[in-house]
Design a protein around this ligand. Structure first.
Ligand code: GAP
Length: 466
């Protein structure tokens, strides 16, 4: 029998996806119209978890440091941006083949990978030859078209302009918004090198084969930093940021056993990178795969933007010397972090003779920090007292749940399943009716152990903040 608490079962992932839907974390995009592949909607609890992740990320990488500056650039950028960055060229394409009967499109490299063949670095002609040699068919058992390059950027048009003049793209990475604002940030903030610019925002990729829940989607959020350094210092800062990335993954509760670094081989590097380390997470049923990337992008981007725009991207030192900074880029996908955090937190155990499912989420990430209930919802004095405690905690923490549905046991199960670290119950003791020494104390139940403790209302904030 497989252990549902280990990360190597597919079953664990399907249970998690079902829980996420059932409890309001993640819904299929446009569900009432049959969905839209590669899109997902975050429900009330999903938004809360995402916001907590983004807030913690910003605290960790921006607010706690002196060398980071925030930015929120537009999603739609001048199309010249993507010529300069190389995204309109072959560097941002995937090899695609079509099912000749159904017209369905597939990633050619994925079809080869399913046969144990690594397509990395192969030309389209070489891919075609292998498909022929190995008689590879589409997943529907039909023959395949010749492979061709498919650019992953979503195209749109701006205003009423006809022809290519109005063509724009939805950004495929937040990074370029940072590069095109490099000069603005330097001119307005006068940062001392090394320094970084951080941004959180949506990115769009017209993935040929979106798959595996939030792992490969067409619309997602990135949390990115471009860290500008002197060329001769890049290795030193690379190691410092690498340690900070490890600290971040520990901060969001991911265990060292489920994390590893993968040094991307030279022939597999993105068109802009001279060194990349992928941080991989051990996703249930899938194994280790990319959670975040960390690349040394040299001066590729600033140099290209300088050439294409004619605007200087040089940094000027106080002594008047000028140079184009080199760049280190930690890049995180929010959806993959969200998935990893949920996978890590998912637990099944037995409590009071029943199987229970719970999410052992860290308190700083849980959608609700605490839930408050009156023991009985039809006893006005209990409800009134519980409302006072609820309002007091809500003022302090914000994300506090009011839960008076069903009996207390059911409320505990529900809150366990969404990862609420503590449940507070206001009972007759709180009112001082049964044991006067317990007046103005409440029951606080711990999610992970199920143990209960009486805590004075006046001590609650300090108790929950531990
Ligand atoms: N600016 C660098 C960059 O965008 P990337 O490796 O293409 O690098 C960075 O993307 C991160 O964004 C990945 O590690 C992953 O977490 C996330 N990501 C990329 N494509 C994604 C997709 N289609 N769906 C979900 N997340 C994606």
């Amino acid at each position: 029998m497989t252990d549902p608490n280990t990360n190597n079962t597919n079953d664990r992932m399907s249970k998690l996806v079902a829980l996420a839907k059932r409890r309001g974390f993640v819904f299929p995009g446009s569900e009432i119209y049959g969905g839209l592949r590669g899109t997902w909607d975050f429900g009330p609890l999903g938004v809360a978890l995402n916001n907590n992740l983004k807030r913690e990320w910003w605290k960790h990488f921006v607010d706690s440091r002196e060398d980071m500056y925030g930015l929120d650039a537009a999603i739609i950028m001048n199309a010249k941006t993507w010529e300069a960055s190389g995204h309109t060229g072959a560097g941002f394409c995937d090899p695609m083949v079509e099912d000749t009967e159904t017209g369905e499109r597939f990633r050619a490299d994925h079809l080869l990978k399913d046969r144990g063949i690594d397509a990395e670095g192969l030309s389209l002609a070489e891919i075609d030859a292998i498909i022929l040699q190995e008689s590879i068919l589409s997943p529907n058992d039909n023959t395949l078209s010749e492979a061709r390059e498919f650019n992953l950027m979503f195209e749109s048009r701006i205003g009423a302009t006809a022809g290519d003049a109005g063509k724009v793209y939805l950004r495929p990475e937040t990074a370029q918004g940072i590069f095109v604002n490099f000069k603005n940030v330097v001119d307005t903030m006068a940062p001392k090198i090394p320094f970084g610019i951080a941004q959180i925002g949506k990115a769009f990729r017209n993935e040929i084969a979106p798959r595996e829940w939030l792992f490969r989607v067409r619309e997602f959020e990135q949390m990115e930093i471009e860290y500008f350094v002197k060329e001769e210092e890049w290795e030193e800062h690379f190691e410092k940021l690498r340690a900070d990335i490890q600290a971040w993954h520990r901060h969001i509760g991911l265990s060292d056993d489920n994390l590893r670094e993968y040094e991307v081989p030279a022939d597999d590097l993105a068109h802009y990178s001279q060194r990349t380390i992928d941080v991989e997470y051990n996703f249930p049923g899938k194994g280790f795969d990319e959670l975040a990337g960390f690349a040394y992008r040299t001066d590729h981007d600033l140099k290209n933007h300088m050439e294409h725009s004619g605007v200087s991207m040089e940094y000027i030192e106080p002594d008047g010397s000028r140079f184009i900074p080199h760049v280190l880029e930690p890049s995180f996908g929010l959806g993959r972090a969200f998935t990893a955090v949920l996978c890590e937190a998912y637990r099944e155990d037995e409590m009071n003779g029943e199987v229970r499912t719970y999410l052992a989420l860290p308190a700083h990430l849980a959608p609700y920090r605490v839930a408050v209930s009156p023991l009985l919802k039809n006893k006005p004095p209990l409800v009134e007292k519980a409302r006072t405690v609820f309002m007091m905690l809500k003022k302090e923490f914000g994300n506090v749940a009011w839960d008076d549905n069903g009996n207390v046991g059911k409320r505990y199960r529900r809150q366990d399943e969404i990862g609420t670290p503590h449940c507070i119950v206001i009972d007759f003791d709180t009112l001082g009716e049964e044991a006067p020494e317990h007046a103005d104390t409440v029951t606080v139940r711990d999610r992970d152990t199920g143990q209960q403790q009486r805590v004075a209302i006046s001590e609650l904030v300090a108790y929950l903040s531990q």
